[in-house]
Design a binder for this molecule. Structure first.
Ligand SMILES: CC(C)(COP(=O)(O)OP(=O)(O)OC[C@H]1O[C@@H](n2cnc3c(N)ncnc32)[C@H](O)[C@@H]1OP(=O)(O)O)[C@@H](O)C(=O)NCCC(=O)NCCS
Length: 172
C-alpha cells in the first residue's frame, strides 16, 4: 500500500564520523548503561570499530539502525567482532537488521577478511550464516554464554584450527 512504513526506502551507508554520536545514543537507548558490563564491550572499549566496515541505516535523514565491526585476534588468527547491532524499535521486523549484517559481511569479505564472530542470539544470527562455536574453542576476556558465541566463515574453512583467547588488538 503506498504510504505505509514498509514502503519507505532504507539506505545503508558506511558510518561517518558525524554519525558516531547518534549511533552511541541509539545503543544507549537499546542496551542501557549495563552494556558496559558486557564482555563484548570489554573488547570494544579497547579497540575502536572500523568505520569502513560499520554501517548505518537511514530513512530520510533519520538514523534507524547501526552495526559495527571491530578487529580482534583469536590466538594468532585475525577476525572481526560484529556488534552492537541495533534497529530503532518502530523500524524493526522490516529486514533492516538482516540488511545491515549482509552489507557488513559482504564488505568485510571484499576487503579480504576471513572470519566474523559475535555474541548474540543464535536463532536470529543463524539466518545470516552464523553457527555456534564448539564450547571451549574460543574464550572471551569475561563471562559469556557459550551458546551465544557464534562464528561466520567469510572464506570456507577459515575457522579450521582457530582457537584461543579473543583479543582486541590488531592494527590495520
Ligand atoms: C535484533 C535486531 C537488530 C533485529 O533488527 P530488525 O531490523 O528487526 O531485523 P530483521 O527485520 O532483519 O529481522 C527481524 C526478525 O528477527 C527476529 N528476531 C529479532 N530478534 C531476535 C532474537 N533475539 N532471536 C530470534 N529472532 C529474533 C524478529 O522476530 C523478526 O522476525 P520476523 O521477520 O519473523 O518478524 C533488533 O530487534 C534490535 O535492535 N534488538 C535489540 C538489540 C539487540 O538485541 N541486538 C542484537 C544483539 S547484539
Amino acid at each position: 500500500m503506498p504510504g505505509t512504513m514498509s514502503e519507505v526506502a532504507v539506505t545503508i551507508l558506511p558510518e561517518a564520523p558525524a554519525d558516531a554520536e547518534a549511533v552511541d545514543r541509539l545503543n544507549e537507548r537499546t542496551f542501557g548503561p549495563g552494556r558496559y558490563a558486557r564482555t563484548a564491550y570489554r573488547i570494544r572499549e579497547r579497540r575502536a570499530h572500523l568505520p569502513s566496515l560499520s554501517f548505518i541505516a537511514r530513512i530520510g535523514t533519520l538514523l534507524v539502525g547501526s552495526v559495527r565491526l571491530t578487529p580482534i585476534t583469536i590466538g594468532p588468527a585475525k577476525a572481526l567482532l560484529l556488534g552492537p547491532l541495533t534497529v530503532e524499535p518502530p523500524f524493526r521486523s522490516r529486514g533492516i537488521g538482516r540488511t545491515l549484517i549482509a552489507r557488513a559481511l559482504a564488505d568485510a569479505k571484499a576487503e579480504g577478511h576471513r572470519l566474523v564472530l559475535l555474541v548474540g542470539d543464535a536463532p536470529f544470527y543463524q539466518r545470516a550464516g552464523f553457527t555456534p562455536i564448539p564450547k571451549g574453542q574460543v574464550t572471551m576476556p569475561g563471562p559469556v554464554d557459550p551458546a551465544r558465541l557464534l562464528v561466520h566463515e567469510l572464506v570456507p574453512g577459515a575457522f579450521d584450527g582457530v582457537a584461543g583467547m579473543i583479543k582486541p588488538d590488531w592494527e590495520i
